[in-house]
Write a protein that binds this ligand. Structure first.
Ligand code: GLU
Length: 467
C-alpha cells in the first residue's frame, strides 16, 4: 500500500493571508485532496502570541471564502511548547545538542574577527565538547551538533537534486534561545514529523532552511518528508510581488469583487500547468494537480489575466449565486421584478462584482446627476424634442424588451430618426451615463412609469442647465 499523503499549510500569523500564501495552501490542499490524503492547517505563532486570535481569524476567514477546507482542528505552535521542550531535552540527553554560553559580546567579537580575516561568519563550535564549569550569569542557548563536513543532499520535487556543502553554510545553529524558546527550524521539524506530514510544498524562500531541517530530522530519528520548493511570484517589473504591485491580502480581492474560484484558478496557474489549459474547475484541479509539474521558474502576477478569469466565472455563475454576491456590494435584488434579466444583461459586460453592482445601481436608481461628458455629447435640442415626443407614445403599461423595441422602431420611422438619435439620450436619461446593457432590456427592467419619470427628470434638468 502506498503511503497516505499528508500535507500542511503553516503560516506565521502576520495579520492577513498573503496571496502567495494562498497559492502555497492551494497546492498543498490539491495534492492532499487529489490523493485522498489529509491537509492540515498549523499556525506558527511562537513569535506572535499576542496577535494570535486576530491573525488567525484573518487566515480562517480567507480559507472560508476560498472554500479550502482543512482536516482536523487548527494546530497552534504556541500551545505545543512542552512538546518542543521535551525534544530539546532529548537531544541534550543524547549528546546531539549542547548548551552554549557565549555572550553577545563574545559572539560579536568572533564575528568581527572572522570578517576581518575575510571568512564567512559562523559559530566556531567552542562549547561543542565543553566539559568545564560554565560561566556564571549567562543563560545558554541550545545548539545542535551539526555535521562539520560533507554535503546535505535531497531530491526536491521542483528543483531536482539539491546539494549544500556543509562547510559553506552550516554551523552548530541555535535550536532554542536563551529564554528556552525554540526557533522556527526546530518547531517546524517536530510538528511536521509528529503530524505525519509526508510532503512539504512551500516557497523557495525556505530552501536555505531545508538542510538545517534535514540535520534535525536525522538527529531526531524522524523520516524526512518530500520537499517541493515553489518559485516565487513576481510583479510585472520582475521584483518579488509586494503591496507596491497591488493588493496582496486575499480578502482585498473579495472586496474588489473577485470570485474566489477566479482567484484560485489564477493562482494555481502561477507556477503550475496542465498542457495549455487556463480554466480549471476545482474538480478538475483535484484530478489533474501534480506537484511534479510545478514550474522551476518564477511566475509573473498579471492583473489582466485575473480580470479575464473573473469575467469568465461571473459569466458562468448562476443567477442565485450572483444575486447573493451582489448583496455584499449593496444591491438587494429581492424586490426587483426583472432581477434575472438585469443580472443576465450585466454578466456579459462585468469584470468584477463591484463593476456589476455599480451598473445595477445605475439602472435601478434614478440618476441624481448626469455624467457631464455624456450629457454634453448626447443631450442636444433635437434629442430633447425627440425624448419629449417619445415619452408621449409610451402609454402606461409595462412592456417586454421586444415590444419596447418594436414601438421604438416605429416611432423612429415616423419621425425620420435613427436608433442612435434616441438610444444614447435615453441611456443618459435612464442611467445618467452613456453606458448600459441593451437599451430595450433596460426599459423592461425599470418599466414604463419609471422610464417616463426619468425622461421627464432629464427634460426638467435640461431647462435649467447650461451645459
Ligand atoms: N511559517 C512559515 C512561513 O510562514 C512556513 C513554514 C514552512 O512552510 O515550512 O513562512
Amino acid at each position: 500500500m502506498t503511503k497516505k499523503i499528508i500535507t500542511r499549510f503553516a503560516p506565521s500569523p502576520t495579520g492577513y493571508l498573503h496571496i502567495g500564501g494562498l497559492r502555497t495552501a492551494l497546492y498543498n490542499y490539491l495534492y492532499a485532496r487529489a490523493n485522498g490524503g489529509k491537509f492540515l492547517l498549523r499556525i506558527e505563532d511562537t513569535d506572535f502570541k499576542r496577535n494570535k486570535i486576530e491573525a488567525t481569524k484573518a487566515i480562517l476567514e480567507a480559507f472560508e471564502w476560498t472554500g479550502l477546507d482543512f482536516d482536523g482542528t487548527v494546530e497552534y505552535q504556541s500551545e505545543r511548547m512542552e512538546i518542543y521542550k521535551k525534544y530539546i531535552q532529548k537531544l541534550l540527553d543524547e549528546g546531539k545538542a549542547y548548551k552554549c554560553y557565549m555572550s553577545k559580546e563574545e559572539l560579536d567579537d568572533l564575528r568581527n574577527e572572522q570578517i576581518a580575516r575575510k571568512e564567512r561568519p559562523r559559530y566556531d563550535g567552542r562549547y561543542r565538547d565543553f566539559k568545564g564549569t560554565p560561566p556564571a550569569g549567562i543563560d545558554p542557548v541550545i545548539r545542535i551538533k551539526a555535521p562539520t563536513s560533507g554535503t546535505i543532499e535531497f531530491v526536491d520535487g521542483v528543483k531536482g537534486e539539491v546539494k549544500f556543502e556543509v562547510a559553506d553554510m552550516i554551523d552548530d545553529f541555535v535550536i532554542a534561545r536563551s529564554d528556552k524558546s525554540p526557533i522556527y527550524n526546530f518547531t517546524v521539524v517536530i510538528d511536521d514529523a509528529l503530524m505525519g506530514v509526508t510532503d512539504v510544498i512551500r516557497g523557495d524562500d525556505h530552501l536555505s532552511n531545508t538542510p538545517k531541517q534535514i540535520i534535525l530530522y536525522n538527529a531526531l530519528g524522524f523520516e524526512v518528508p518530500k520537499f517541493y520548493h515553489v518559485a516565487m511570484i513576481n510583479g510585472s517589473d520582475g521584483a518579488k510581488l509586494s503591496k507596491r504591485h497591488g493588493a496582496t491580502d486575499v480578502m482585498e480581492y473579495k472586496k474588489m469583487g473577485y470570485l474566489p474560484e477566479a482567484l484560485l484558478n489564477f493562482l494555481v496557474r502561477l507556477g503550475w500547468s496542465h498542457g495549455d489549459d487556463e480554466i480549471f474547475s476545482m474538480d478538475e484541479l483535484k484530478e489533474f494537480f501534480d506537484p511534479n509539474n510545478l514550474s522551476k521558474s518564477a511566475s509573473t502576477f498579471n492583473q489582466s489575466k485575473l480580470e479575464w478569469l473573473n469575467q469568465h466565472y461571473i459569466k458562468e455563475a448562476s443567477f442565485e449565486r450572483l444575486k447573493d454576491e451582489l448583496k455584499e456590494f449593496g444591491v438587494n435584488l429581492d424586490p426587483v421584478k426583472h432581477a434575472k434579466l438585469l443580472v443576465d444583461s450585466l454578466r456579459e459586460r462585468s469584470t468584477t462584482l463591484v463593476e456589476m453592482a455599480n451598473s445595477a445601481l445605475n439602472i435601478l436608481k434614478a440618476p441624481t446627476t448626469y455624467d457631464q461628458k455624456a450629457y454634453k455629447k448626447f443631450i442636444k435640442p433635437q434629442s430633447i424634442e425627440l425624448l419629449e415626443k417619445y415619452s408621449e407614445i409610451l402609454g402606461d403599461n409595462d412592456l417586454d424588451t421586444r415590444i419596447y423595441e418594436e414601438i421604438t422602431v416605429k416611432f423612429l420611422d415616423e419621425n425620420s430618426a435613427k436608433l442612435k438619435d434616441i438610444a444614447q439620450p435615453l441611456r443618459v436619461a435612464i442611467t445618467g451615463t452613456s453606458v448600459s446593457p441593451g437599451i430595450f432590456e433596460v426599459m423592461e427592467i425599470i418599466g414604463t412609469t419609471e422610464l417616463k419619470n426619468r425622461i421627464s427628470n432629464l427634460l426638467e434638468f435640461s431647462k435649467n442647465s447650461s451645459i
